[in-house]
Structure formats: structure tokens, C-alpha cells
Write a protein of this length. Structure first.
Length: 624
């Protein structure tokens, strides 16, 4: 049978082209799973032991965690073949030994090839199948000769570089890396917070290696539970290294599996398993950051020695981080940070998390800002008193200076300090971009936002477009946001920002279309329909009036931000009401009022003495 024409069921495996087809259509499957599938099919129903898989796919001199590496490859094969492990049609698990390919194979001419019966196969060579090691050795010898022969033929013919694609193991140094969300193998979904927390701390530790670009947590978390091929993930995130693995917590014991993959060639560089108790598991991210830096062939940075952390306090901290970032539950997260602090008052990271829970709530218009920002500042400053090396706490303080105090010099200094401590902290670059926008330093602002987007491309995909709008570069903003919308059509924030850019260009039809689409993406069909009717009956002025009514209906616990109302009245071109709510926003110290001069919605007020007086009262550098 020509080796390039192995057929089974509705699938065709072309080994020379390294391609799996289903009904003539190619199926994406990564390099290691493809090699394993070829190995299984080559055995024609014979058992392939786990040790044989390791030696053939990774080599004897490279350690691979068989609990994770092989299991992952088998899982991806089954996903590609739509194979049920409980009732397999293709890949059968032989418990404690390995795997067997059980489907009937056919030649290119359609002639069926008999799948070997394990019992008869063993008897034909005079061996007891219960002593499968000897039988496996002889079977493997034949398969090994076939593989060696094929490799020789491919090398001799140089068929499109197949030898390099299949057998090459050389990799270049890794300069950028994404840590995919660790899989929770505890069997208990309530332990997801622990797996996500370990992922987050591993990202933080790796990011201290300044010669390694580390994708921030928000973008990496987009791939939690996804079956996306690693090469596609790497391309989307702009990295050449992927770290993936799993964590299993049982009582006070933690088992972690990790493997580092060079994405351009899907080559396994390193893998390891760790068994720790809860106390020593907290130190594991720092230890791993040194190991992975060495494997990635980059210079390692030794972090500051950590003070002992109460395991129970650490667990509460991880729960708080999970609620803050995975669920956007500021008040819920705050309770866990406070409990962690009660158990360990000198826990700096918990104080930093507490600061974030207050500050985010204020900036997102969920409650009146002054009291929240005051509490956020106290928590952030205390975190830095305990440990001034925490970049996240410096970034939190920068946000408090910018949004809570309208103190641009303080925001500039603290965001710069956060970036100095951790150049990979995307949020610090994002915040610094905002600060530079308000300081009227447009080119620097745009560079910082682009850097933030490189580090965390999926966290704030509208960020560059938003900054361009604030810089009044509307044509560039439209081009940027249209590109982003094409890549991420289900992100409503991109659509709303694109709608704003069109609105400020007086491109009313385009603006309404994007806003309508954004509402539909959010599942808000009622608002989409109302917006469309307002435009059809009253044009853009009718839409402005509709936004006023809509904003009034969007209260959180009875609170509506006066700045949100000022924005809506400005869209309705109601000058008096806009000024009335801007003054209320000033009295309340609304966080985003700091963007007053950079928000095009207020451009029609620039010649007004009241507007100029407000800018002066806020202490903003003049822009017009």
C-alpha cells in the first residue's frame, strides 16, 4: 500500500504530506498528535506502549511527562477524529500499557487491510500476550524499521522539507511566551480559582525576566478550555513559546504538570511534574520562572525573596483574584482580600488586590468615586509600605493619582515605576498611555498603548482605537477599529468605540449601524431596536435624545454617574444640561472627567468661558 494513502472510515491519512483529511477536507492537528497518529496507524492494530511513544516522539534523552504530554496528544487525536474514549472507533486505551489503533485500514485502491488481533499476533511469535513487553519489543522492531526506511526515503528525495518538519528537534531561543490557563484536574469545578491563581502567579513570576516578553493574563485566559491548535494560539498572541499544563489539588497536596513548547515547529523543549504541599506550592512559580528562563535560553532574573505566607491566606487571596478578574465581582473579591489580610496583616499582595477592588469600582461608574478612591489609596500605599517591589501596587497608585486625584505628575511617576519593575505589565503601559493623553503628549501615548496591546492583545482590543479617538485622530481610529472588529466581531466594546469614531466624523449611518450591532452582540435587542427607531424618526439629534433616556435607565444600585449624563446630553447637543452635569461631575470628582479636553463629544464647548474655567479648576494642561 502506498504510505500516502492510508484510509479508515471517512478519514484519509496522507503521511507524506503530513495531512489528515475528512471527506476530502483537511483537519487541523498539531505536530506531536500527528506523529502519534502515524505511529498508531503504522502498528496496524498492534499495541504501542507509552514508553515506545516517548522514545519515538521525543527521544530517550529528553524528559517528557507521560501523564500530560501523551495524554494531551491522545486527547487531541480523539478530538480530530470525533472519537469517544468510552466507545472508541479508532483509538483504544489499553489500561496501564498504551494504545491501539482499532479501525479497519484501506489501501488507496480501497482494499481492506486486516487489523491484527492481539492474541493471534502474540501467539504467532510464540509469546504470551500477558507478557507484552517482549511482544511489544519485536513488533516495535518491525515498525521501527518501517519508520527508519520511510525517513531515509524522505531524506533522499527531500520531499518538501518533510524531514525537517517531522523529525527536526532544534529550536531557537524563545523571546516571547504565553502561559495558557492550567487545566484543573481535581474533578471539582470549585477549584478553578486555584488553577487560575497558579496560572496568574506563574505569569507574574515569568514577567520578571525582562529579556522575555510574557503575554499578560487576560489574553492568555481567553484560551481557557479552548481546543485551538497551539500554533494558532501562538500566532494570535504573537509569541514563539507556549507553556501549558495542569494542576491537581487534593487536600493540602498539589500536583503540577508543565511543558514548554517552541510554537513555530510545535517542538517540546521541556516538561516536568511537581508534587508539593500547599506551603511549598506557593514558592513554585518563582522556582519555575528560573527553570523556564534557562530552557528558553534567556537571561534569568532572580526575584526578591518572598516572606512566608500563610497557606490559608494565600488561598483566600487566590479566590479574591479569581472573582476580581474572572467574574468582575469587585465587592465579592474584596471580602476574600479582607479575610486574607485578617489572617496575615503583612500580606502585601492582598492589600494590592484590595486597592484594585475599590479603584476599579470607582472608575467603572459603579458608585460615587471619592470614598472608594480614598480606600483604594490607603490600601495601595500600605501594600507598598510592606513591599515596595510590587509593580501592580505602583500601577494601582498610578490609577488613583490619575482618576482619583487628577494628579498627572504622580500618575506619570508611579506608572513609570511599575513599568521599570515589570516591563511586561500590560496594564501599567495602558494606564501610562491614558496619563500621556491627558498630559497632551500624543505620540508617546500612542506608543505606550501599542506596547500594551502587544503584551495583552485580547485584554483591551479597542485600546489603540480608543486612544486614537482621544487624540482626535479619527480616520486612524476608524481604520484600527474596523480591523479589530473584523478579527473579533463579537466584542461589543470594539463596536461601540467604532460607533463613537463614526459619530465624531458625522458619519451617522455608520455610527448607528455599529452601535446597533454592539447592542445585538450584548444580547440587548430592545436597545438596538429603539436606537434604530430613534434614528429613523429623528436623525442623529433623535439618537442623542434617546441616549439621554437610555443613560438615565442604566443605574447601578440607584447611582448614575453625572459624567455619563453629561456625555449623553453632549450627544444631544444640549449645551446647558451638558454644563450642568459637568459641574456635578467636577463636584463629585468623577474619575474619567480627567479626559475632558480629549473627548471629542465636548468639542462644541471649547469656546465657552465656562468650559475654559472648568479646565483651569481641574489643573489640566491647556490643549486648545
Amino acid at each position: 500500500m502506498p504510505r500516502s494513502a492510508i484510509q479508515f472510515d471517512e478519514f484519509s491519512l496522507d503521511c507524506e504530506r503530513y495531512e489528515l483529511l475528512r471527506a476530502g477536507r483537511p483537519i487541523k492537528i498539531e505536530k506531536i498528535p500527528m506523529e502519534l497518529l502515524i505511529l498508531l496507524v503504522d502498528k496496524n492494530g498492534g499495541l504501542v506502549t507509552r514508553q515506545e511513544i516517548v522514545e519515538q516522539l521525543w527521544g530517550k534523552d529528553v524528559f517528557v511527562d507521560t501523564e500530560h504530554g501523551i495524554n494531551t496528544a491522545i486527547r487531541k487525536i480523539r478530538q480530530a477524529l470525533h472519537d469517544d474514549p468510552e466507545k472508541p472507533r479508532f483509538v483504544q486505551t489499553v489500561t496501564g500499557k498504551g494504545y491501539r489503533f482499532i479501525a479497519e485500514r484501506r489501501h488507496g485502491n480501497g482494499q481492506a487491510e486486516v487489523v491484527a488481533d492481539p492474541q493471534q499476533e502474540a501467539e504467532s511469535v510464540g509469546l504470551n500476550p500477558d507478557k507484552g513487553r517482549g511482544a511489544g519489543g519485536r513488533i516495535w522492531l518491525g515498525a521501527g524499521l518501517i519508520v527508519a526506511l520511510v525517513a531515509g526515503i524522505v531524506f533522499a528525495l527531500n520531499l518538501g522539507g518533510l524531514r525537517d518538519r517531522v523529525f527536526a528537534r532544534q529550536v531557537r531561543p524563545i523571546h516571547s511566551i504565553a502561559v495558557l490557563p492550567l487545566t484543573n484536574l481535581s474533578g471539582d469545578p470549585s477549584q478553578d480559582y486555584f488553577a487560575d491563581g497558579m496560572t496568574d502567579e506563574l505569569i507574574t513570576a515569568l514577567a520578571r525576566n525582562h529579556s522575555l516578553r510574557v503575554v499578560s493574563r487576560t489574553s492568555a485566559m481567553q484560551y481557557k478550555g479552548a481546543n485551538t491548535p497551539l500554533r494558532d494560539i501562538a500566532q494570535s498572541l504573537g509569541v514563539d513559546g507556549i507553556l501549558e499544563g495542569s494542576v491537581k489539588r487534593s487536600g493540602d497536596r498539589v500536583h503540577v504538570n508543565l511543558q514548554l513548547i517552541y510554537a513555530p515547529t510545535d517542538t517540546h523543549m521541556w516538561a516536568q511534574s511537581y508534587d508539593r504541599d500547599l506551603s511549598s506550592a506557593m514558592l513554585l512559580p518563582e522556582e519555575l520562572s528560573q527553570t523556564i528562563a534557562a530552557e528558553a535560553q534567556v537571561q534569568s532574573s532572580v526575584g526578591k525573596a518572598q516572606r512566608p505566607i500563610n497557606p490559608e491566606a494565600h488561598d483566600l487571596y487566590l479566590r479574591g483574584r479569581y472573582l476580581l478578574f474572572a467574574s468582575d465581582d469587585n465587592e465579592g473579591s474584596r471580602k476574600y482580600f479582607e479575610k486574607a489580610i485578617q489572617l496575615q496583616p503583612d500580606y502585601a499582595a492582598a492589600w494590592s488586590g484590595l486597592a484594585d477592588s475599590y479603584a476599579i469600582q470607582a472608575v467603572e461608574w459603579q458608585a460615587p468615586p471619592p470614598q472608594l478612591m480614598e480606600k483604594a489609596e490607603r490600601a495601595a500605599r500600605h501594600a507598598l509600605e510592606l513591599d515596595e517591589s510590587i509593580p501592580e501596587a505602583h500601577s494601582s497608585l498610578a490609577g488613583i493619582y490619575l482618576f482619583g486625584k487628577w494628579d498627572l505628575k504622580g500618575a506619570d511617576a508611579e506608572s513609570a515605576k511599575a513599568i521599570e519593575l515589570n516591563p511586561n505589565l500590560a496594564g501599567a503601559h495602558h494606564l501610562r498611555a491614558y496619563t500621556l493623553v491627558v498630559m497632551q503628549r500624543p505620540d508617546e501615548a500612542l506608543l505606550e498603548e501599542k506596547r500594551s496591546s502587544e503584551l495583552d492583545p485580547l485584554a483591551v482590543p479597542w485600546g489603540v482605537g480608543y486612544v486614537l479617538i482621544r487624540l482626535h485622530r479619527l480616520d486612524a481610529a476608524i481604520e484600527e477599529l474596523r480591523m479589530r472588529a473584523a478579527v473579533q466581531p463579537r466584542d461589543s466594546s470594539i463596536r461601540f468605540n467604532l460607533s463613537d469614531a463614526y459619530w465624531f466624523k458625522a458619519m451617522w449611518n455608520d455610527s448607528i449601524r455599529e452601535a446597533e450591532t454592539a447592542f445585538l452582540v450584548d444580547g440587548d435587542k430592545k436597545s438596538a431596536q429603539e436606537l434604530r427607531r430613534a434614528f429613523e424618526s429623528g436623525g442623529h439629534k433623535g439618537v442623542g435624545e434617546w441616549w439621554v433616556k437610555h443613560t438615565k435607565s442604566q443605574n447601578v444600585n440607584g447611582y448614575i454617574s453625572p459624567l455619563a449624563m453629561a456625555n449623553s446630553y453632549a450627544q444631544a447637543e444640549n449645551k446647558e444640561e451638558t454644563f450642568r452635569y459637568l459641574e456635578r461631575a467636577y463636584d463629585e470628582h468623577s474619575s474619567k472627567l480627567v479626559f475632558l479636553q480629549n473627548n471629542p463629544v465636548f468639542d462644541f464647548l471649547h469656546s465657552e468661558p465656562r468650559y475654559q474655567a472648568l479646565v483651569k479648576k481641574m489643573g489640566l494642561p491647556p490643549a486648545y
